[in-house]
Each structure stands twice: as structure tokens, then as C-alpha cells.
Design a protein around this ligand. Structure first.
Ligand code: B4P
Length: 190
């Protein structure tokens, strides 16, 4: 199975590049952000809890996210691969993902780390905020999300370096140009 972790700060292009990867490689897509937004829209118990965290720019607790992801993954048993978009975001999530995949006889193939400078991240998210209607795409929440990213999520790069799975990708430039770099990294492990 081709299991890709797409990683980067908020606004680094994870969702955007995921769409192109899905078209090119026919893998399934799991975006924890999308799943959470759908839970919020449907006013489920999980959605009600998650909304408070997301609106503050904080991470939803690991146990809730891991249980949610395990259920989604169970629904993709015959998949030829999965792109994990926005998951893992903490070391415990990364360890839980490894365990879940190992149990299913597979593992992460590659972790793509999209590198974008902070000014560009803020510019993109404010731009998206004008049309997305997302409650977390405003300047105060964006700043909290970036802070959380640097403190809790960025250290995951070292975890995947130690696993021999980490590939840094320059995430600035045209979307197709970045996708060229993404494809080189995926084709090297396919
Ligand atoms: P996510 O939905 O994952 O949101 P995100 O980090 O903002 O990234 P996204 O994928 O949406 O944006 P992209 O970079 O593609 O998470 C939202 C919240 O949910 C989190 O803050 C957290 O609270 C919670 N959550 C989710 N997963 C969790 C987990 N595992 N654990 C705990 N909590 C979790 O794109 C941004 C914009 O840039 C777009 O408008 C796009 O058009 C633009 N863009 C992309 N590439 C570009 C390029 N090359 N040039 C110019 N613009 C570009």
C-alpha cells in the first residue's frame, strides 16, 4: 500500500496538493480537518467538542482524533493506499498511526513536509478566509494555529527523520510546480 503523510503548517498546501495526488495515484484521502468540519456541521457529540478547540486554533485531543481516524481507516479496507492529510499532528498520533497501519500489515511509505514561510502562510489563510467561511481563518486564530504548529506539530519532522520517511518539499511557487516535487518524492518510494 502507498501510504502518504502530507505535513506542513496551516496554509502550507496540504489539502491543495492532496487533491492532485489523489488524481495522479488513485489513493484514498483522509483529511482529519474535513472529517471534523463534517462532524461539526452534523452537530454530533464529537463535532460539539471539536468546535471549541478549532475555533481557538487548538488541537483536538489525541484520543478523540485517533478513535475517529481508526473508524475512517476501517472503512477503507480495500484501498490501494491512503493520503493522510492533517494527521498526525502530534507524536502520540504518529505512534498510533504506525500501530494502526502495522496491525493492517502496512506502514507509512513517505512523509512529505511542505516548507512555506510564515508571511506566505498568513497571506494564504487570510485570502482563503474571505471565501471559505471557516471560523478559524481569521488573523487571531491563524496566529494561534501557527503557534500550536511550531510547538506541538513541527517536532514530528524529527520523528519521521528517525523513521527514514521524511522528505522536505519547497512549498512556495505555482501549485503544479510544487506537485512536480511531490511526485518525485512519491515515485522514489513507489
Ligand atoms: P486542517 O483542515 O488540516 O487545516 P489547515 O492546516 O489549515 O490546512 P489545509 O489543508 O486546510 O489548507 P492548505 O494548506 O491546503 O485543520 C483545521 C483544524 O482542525 C486544526 O487547526 C485543528 O484544530 C483541527 N485538527 C485537524 N486535524 C487534527 C489532528 N490530527 N489533531 C488535532 N486537531 C486537528 O491551503 C491553504 C490555502 O492556501 C488554500 O486557500 C489554498 O488555495 C492556498 N494555497 C495552497 N497552495 C498554494 C500555492 N502553492 N500558492 C498559493 N496559494 C496556495
Amino acid at each position: 500500500m502507498l501510504n502518504i503523510v502530507i505535513f506542513g503548517a496551516p496554509g502550507s498546501g496540504k489539502g491543495t496538493e492532496s487533491e492532485l495526488i489523489i488524481k495522479e495515484y488513485g489513493v484514498d484521502h483522509i483529511s482529519t480537518g474535513d472529517v471534523l468540519r463534517s462532524e461539526i456541521k452534523n452537530e454530533t457529540e464529537l463535532g460539539k467538542i471539536a468546535k471549541d478547540y478549532i475555533d481557538k486554533g487548538q488541537l483536538v485531543p489525541d484520543d478523540l482524533i485517533v478513535n475517529m481516524l481508526a473508524k475512517v481507516l476501517d472503512g477503507k479496507k480495500n484501498s490501494k493506499g491512503v493520503i493522510f492529510d492533517g494527521f498526525p499532528r502530534t507524536i502520540p498520533q504518529a505512534k498510533a498511526l504506525k500501530e494502526m497501519l502495522n496491525k493492517r500489515g502496512t506502514d507509512v511509505s513517505v512523509m512529505l513536509d511542505l516548507k512555506v514561510d510564515e508571511d506566505e502562510l498568513i497571506r494564504r489563510l487570510l485570502e482563503r478566509g474571505k471565501i471559505s467561511g471557516r471560523s478559524d481563518d481569521n488573523l487571531d486564530t491563524i496566529k494561534s494555529r501557527l503557534d500550536v504548529y511550531y510547538k506541538q506539530t513541527a517536532p514530528l519532522a524529527d520523528y519521521y527523520i528517525s523513521e527514514g520517511k521524511h522528505v522536505a518539499i519547497k512549498g512556495v511557487g505555482a501549485i503544479e510546480e510544487i506537485f512536480g516535487r511531490v511526485k518525485d518524492a512519491i515515485n522514489a518510494v513507489k
